[in-house]
Design a protein around this ligand. Structure first.
Ligand SMILES: *Cc1c(COP(=O)(O)O)cnc(C)c1O
Length: 395
């Protein structure tokens, strides 16, 4: 640990505040450090390891493709790329898929699609994209501009122009903003992650659906974190009365390898022409083979199991005297302490061998693998509950 930590601190750019833990191996929802100490992972690499560490089915799908062909460039066809696109479209009703390598890139593509659609149908001055306060859409200069949290913007000016931020769950305010601007699109996370693990209200999402029709807006739904079964449905919008025009996803889809996807609905399905966008690694066959096997496993039985574990966690924390509020959906859960800092609670959890995350609004954030065994959920929940009590007492 000390050697790894020293090397890392000397040579890796200091953009991360790492926990004092080096993970050398893992299986399912258990991770191990170099002393063989075991940890229950309630964060799954920030919603990435969909079926935990080194899941057998996923590993085999990736390995098989790795020894056949690992990359071709997008100048040629590959099976996994085409088959994954088919499955995503069949299961969502979206019409076409663009592949890239991260959530930010998937959102960049969505923004390009929306701007091009608005330019062609309404005029080139229709460039404004409305996003929500406390949203998180990525770290590139454009997706930072989209991100509705000022503290990310400082010192990186000028950001890409054309983004304004509306209050979540304020329908009138949103419509006013649509009218005041030359609006191309509204971009949302149905369940906000990084910004505080908050599910939008049904009424607000229905309001967005109404504006979508009335103003012919492109509705971009960022499901980089909430997508791929995490909320108990394949995509989070399926919990709402909304059919987005563009759905972006990344994190969990690849199960631990980088992939980003921009799904284009009927309205914008033919917006891109050759040369309008591209990605060298996008649609990588090994990554797509893993994603294809992941998507096939997100069936009703697994979703019911996700909801069972979700209910257990919601109940456990709702009924705890040290918890002010539990928010989120499915296995995307935010827990706000009555007293003390979420960061301190997460540190204490790690000392007690449970890996958890934080989110905006002083929340402890849980994003476990979808197949985490109930027994580990119970064990981890007990440790986290104790940490809330201990930190609360000393605050
Ligand atoms: C993580 C995240 C992103 C950014 O994804 P990267 O792969 O880190 O670029 C964008 N949107 C949401 C909702 C996210 O949670």
């Amino acid at each position: 640990m000390t050697d790894i930590k020293k090397l890392d601190q000397e040579y890796v750019a200091s953009t991360y505040a790492r926990f004092p833990l080096a993970i050398v191996s893992g299986k399912g929802s258990l991770a191990y450090d170099e002393n063989g100490e075991e940890y229950i992972d309630m964060g799954s690499g920030i919603a990435v390891n969909l079926f935990g560490y080194c899941d057998d089915v996923w590993s085999e799908a990736v390995s098989k493709q790795l020894t056949a062909v690992q990359h071709t460039s997008n100048l040629y066809y590959t099976g996994p790329c085409a088959k994954l696109a088919e499955q995503l479209c069949l299961k969502t009703g979206m019409k076409k898929v663009f592949y890239c390598n991260s959530g930010a890139e998937a959102n960049e593509c969505a923004i390009k699609a929306a701007r091009k659609y608005a330019a062609e149908t309404k005029g080139p001055e229709y460039t404004t994209i409305i996003t929500l306060k406390n949203s998180f859409h990525g770290r590139t200069l454009t997706t930072l501009a989209a991100t509705g949290q000022d503290h990310f913007h400082e010192l990186f000016q000028p950001l890409t122009p054309g983004f304004v931020h509306a209050d979540a769950d304020d329908c009138e305010g949103l419509e006013q903003m649509v009218k005041e601007n030359k609006t191309a699109a509204i971009m949302i996370e149905c369940v906000q992650g990084e910004g505080g693990v908050r599910a939008l209200s049904q009424e607000f999402v229905s309001c967005i659906a109404k504006l979508q029709k009335e103003y012919d807006l492109v509705i971009i739904d960022d499901e980089v974190q909430a997508g791929n079964g995490r909320t108990g449905k394949l995509y989070a919008y399926m919990n709402y009365d909304l059919v987005p025009d563009v759905v972006t996803t990344a994190k969990g889809l690849g199960g631990g390898l980088p992939i980003g996807v921009t799904m284009l609905g009927e309205k914008v399905q033919n917006i891109f022409k050759p040369g309008d966008n591209g990605s060298t690694f996008g649609g990588n066959p090994a990554v797509c083979a893993g994603a294809l096997s992941n998507i096939a496993r997100l069936d009703d039985a697994l979703m019911a199991d996700v909801m069972k574990k979700s209910e257990y966690l919601f109940e456990t924390f709702k009924n705890s005297e040290n918890v002010k509020q539990v928010s989120g959906m499915g296995l995307m859960i935010g827990i706000e302490p009555v007293r003390g800092k979420a960061g301190d609670i997460v540190k204490l959890c790690l000392q007690n061998h449970v890996m958890a995350l934080t989110a905006g609004g002083n929340k402890v954030r849980l994003l476990p693998a979808l197949n985490i065994p109930m027994e580990l959920v119970e064990k981890a929940a007990a440790v986290i509950k104790d940490a809330f009590a201990e930190i609360g007492e000393n605050a």
